[in-house]
Design a protein around this ligand. Structure first.
Ligand SMILES: Cc1cc2nc3c(=O)[nH]c(=O)nc-3n(C[C@H](O)[C@H](O)[C@H](O)COP(=O)(O)OP(=O)(O)OC[C@H]3O[C@@H](n4cnc5c(N)ncnc54)[C@H](O)[C@@H]3O)c2cc1C
Ligand code: FES
Length: 487
């Protein structure tokens, strides 16, 4: 990169979708059998996304009044492989030097705002120091999750050995770039009981699928359903900021779904699926037909099997309500956490300042031993102990005892009895696939759907999969913790 700024190119988005003849015929019809408004080229292989179909999105490089340009350093100020935060007067950018070329993009991770300059630069990507999202330095695109948005990309030029950055003020302020997306242009008088794409599950997997389809120009009906009462939210926050309200951790706003015509059915649980007739049944008896289905129902926390497991103050953390109630009940009281898992330890970390006592019960001898090894596990354990967390290792719970209907004690197999006003169970999760039992979909003994590498979680293969996956029987078992699958 160097010389002068490259001229902004007009945006023309083409999505190449090569469809087998039979599939193409089907695709050209809406699920209600009417002609689909999707356009195909004469040779039938390319879906062209018409520019006028797109929502109006400001291109940061087109409004001269919005632009700022500044000299930020000398070319020799940065070594190859180095990054630096530079100030353009009205906002900062991340300047990167790799293989003699300079790149500039947003400096804050769009996920939760981590300073990317503290991240790792490797092979054309910057990895966020906090939760590992990965950004392409040439495009600013997000290439690994968590997070949904990419970074704004700024222009760089070299003049008389000085590095200049030209950037949109708006992009410098926002520090995020949402990809251009299609809207639904399907006929508005379609039956509500028929959709082209149905996504069961409104976690990050379901949401990313819907967004990716729109980003790739898919302009037919998309319906997402969730048994929860909220729009997709960041579940991982529940063990880290346990007092979060759902609205504070929404992944996208209500307006977002409205703008991109992603229909969201909340408190709508699927209780049955008929893969042969491409139909699902909801809890209230309503049936919906689909053309393509994504199962992104995630997992369900495992519970204890011992006496007292159903007591009121015993929780798994799955929803904002669970987390909020635990905080309330643990405040100045005794909390027992079963499982020194990531979830359990995060809950312990959150509660240790608020509760009177926090005890962690674990089968292994050292937390995180499998993931981080003995040394790191022991160091973490020490750190927790220094913060008043007590560990009961190599034992398990034999009974949860109550007094007047409320949890009072946790009895361990070792014989130890712990006082407990609230108990959090963090012992793993199993796939949420119960509703698929009569569906014609193969489940293994643990409830996982057998998949192969191609059909495992991959947003990149989503479009292709949405067209091709029908042959479950040919797939081999692949253990996934969190299950997302396309039909
Ligand atoms: C407390 C907690 C902390 C976590 N922390 C981290 C972390 O720090 N880092 C990390 O990488 N991961 C973390 N995880 C795991 C992470 O949240 C999951 O990997 C992620 O949410 C999986 O996303 P998903 O979209 O596959 O499923 P989920 O987020 O589980 O969403 C599943 C969706 O399916 C819906 N659903 C299920 N069954 C049905 C049905 N029959 N009908 C209709 N809808 C249905 C649910 O309502 C939900 O909307 C954490 C999880 C928890 C619970
Ligand atoms: S803040 Fe960057 S991945 Fe979370």
């Amino acid at each position: 990169m160097g010389g002068c700024f490259s001229k902004p190119k007009p945006v023309e988005v083409k999505v190449e979708v090569v469809l087998p003849e039979k599939e193409r015929e089907k695709e050209e019809m809406s699920p209600n059998g009417k002609a689909s408004p999707l356009a195909y080229k004469a040779n039938g292989t390319t879906r062209l996304y018409h520019h006028e179909e797109r929502p109006i999105v400001l291109n940061p490089y087109t409004n001269p009044k919005d632009m700022v340009e500044a000299s930020v350093c000398h070319v020799k100020d940065l070594e190859n492989g180095q990054m630096r935060e530079v100030d353009l007067g009205c906002g900062k950018a991340l300047l990167i030097k790799q293989n003699g070329d300079f790149y500039a993009m947003g400096h804050k991770c769009p996920h939760y705002g981590a300073p990317l300059v503290k991240g790792v630069l490797s092979k054309g990507r910057v990895r966020c120091p906090w939760h590992g999202a990965c950004f392409n330095i040439a495009t600013g695109d997000i290439e690994d999750f968590p997070g949904l948005d990419g970074l704004p990309k700024f222009q760089v030029k070299i003049e008389k050995e000085r590095v200049y950055i030209r950037a949109s003020k708006q992009a410098l302020q926002s520090q995020r770039r949402t990809k251009v997306m299609a809207k639904c242009i399907a006929l508005s008088n379609y039956s509500t009981a028929i959709t082209n794409v149905l996504i069961i599950g409104a976690g990050p997997a379901g949401l990313v699928c819907a967004e990716t389809l729109r980003q790739e120009g898919f302009s037919d009906r998309i319906v997402m359903c969730t048994s929860e009462k909220y729009l997709p939210y960041d579940r991982s926050k529940l063990s880290k900021s346990m007092d979060s309200q759902a609205e504070q951790i929404f992944l996208r706003s209500k307006e977002f779904f409205h703008t991109y015509d992603i229909e969201m059915l909340t408190e709508t649980q699927v209780v049955g699926m008929d893969s042969k007739n491409k139909r699902v049944v909801f809890k209230d008896g309503f049936r919906m037909e689909y053309n393509k289905l994504l199962i992104a129902t995630g997992s369900t926390p495992k519970t204890l099997k011992c006496k007292g497991k159903e007591l009121d103050n015993v929780f798994t953390i799955r929803t904002p309500e669970d987390a909020n109630r635990v905080v309330k009940l643990a405040s100045s009281k005794n909390a027992v956490i079963v499982g020194a898992s990531f979830l359990g330890m995060e809950v312990a970390a959150y509660l240790c300042e608020k509760a009177h006592s926090v005890s962690v019960v674990e089968l292994e001898n050292i937390p995180f031993k499998k993931f981080l090894g003995e040394k790191v596990g022991l160091a973490i354990m020490k750190m927790f102990e220094n913060n008043r967390v007590k560990f009961y290792m190599q034992t398990e719970v034999s009974e949860l005892r109550e007094q007047e209907g409320k949890l009072k004690e946790v009895v361990l197999k070792s014989g130890k009895v712990l006082r407990a006003d609230v108990c959090v169970i963090g012992i793993g999760a199993s796939p949420t696939t119960g509703f698929l039992k009569q569906s014609g979909v193969t489940l293994d003994a643990k409830g996982y759907i057998p998949v192969n590498k191609v059909t495992s979680i991959s947003v990149y293969t989503m479009l292709e999969n949405l067209r091709n996956i029908h042959n479950v029987a040919a797939l081999r078992s692949f253990s996934l913790n969190y299950l997302d699958y396309y039909y």
